[in-house]
Design a protein around this ligand. Structure first.
Ligand code: HEC
Length: 111
């Protein structure tokens, strides 16, 4: 009985760990926004160009979000505001940005 419980708990924690930094930190907050994460990525790609610039730009914005450097239209910012600086550690932020880049870079190249 105890062993079953322990196995169950291990299984649960396994599922929690299986969630990556992008799924954990980015998706939950963005699901309620009308502009998709893919759409925002395309704006970043158009504004910043290559991989390095996009990643540096995103990293800066997530730490110091501000209206004058946002890629979002004024009307969008008026309605939804500027996001709060992300309070996650460097390692998770890097992981989330890398996953974000890998997820949408191909689509970005095709357009
Ligand atoms: C607490 C909620 C929240 C979290 C967490 C969050 N975002 Fe956002 N994000 C927003 C909101 C609101 C906006 C629109 C306002 C703005 O651009 O500042 C936004 C804007 C953006 C933009 C456009 C930035 C710009 O130039 O305006 C990108 C790209 C983005 N998010 C990606 C991400 C990624 C990737 C993550 C995970 C590392 C993430 N977001 C985590 C709420 C969030």
């Amino acid at each position: 009985m105890v062993i079953k419980k322990i196995l169950f708990l291990l299984l649960l924690s396994g599922f929690a760990l299986a969630e990556n930094a992008y799924e954990k930190h980015c998706i939950p907050c963005h699901v309620s926004l009308p502009s998709s994460l893919q759409n925002m990525f395309m704006k970043y790609l158009a504004a910043y160009g290559g991989e390095n610039n996009v990643k540096v730009g995103l990293r800066h914005y997530f730490r110091y979000p501000a209206r004058d450097i946002s890629v979002m239209p004024d009307l969008f910012i008026d309605r939804y505001g500027i996001k709060e600086p992300l309070e996650i550690d460097e390692e998770e932020l890097r992981e989330a940005i890398n996953i974000y880049w890998e997820k949408y870079k191909v689509i970005g190249r095709l357009e």
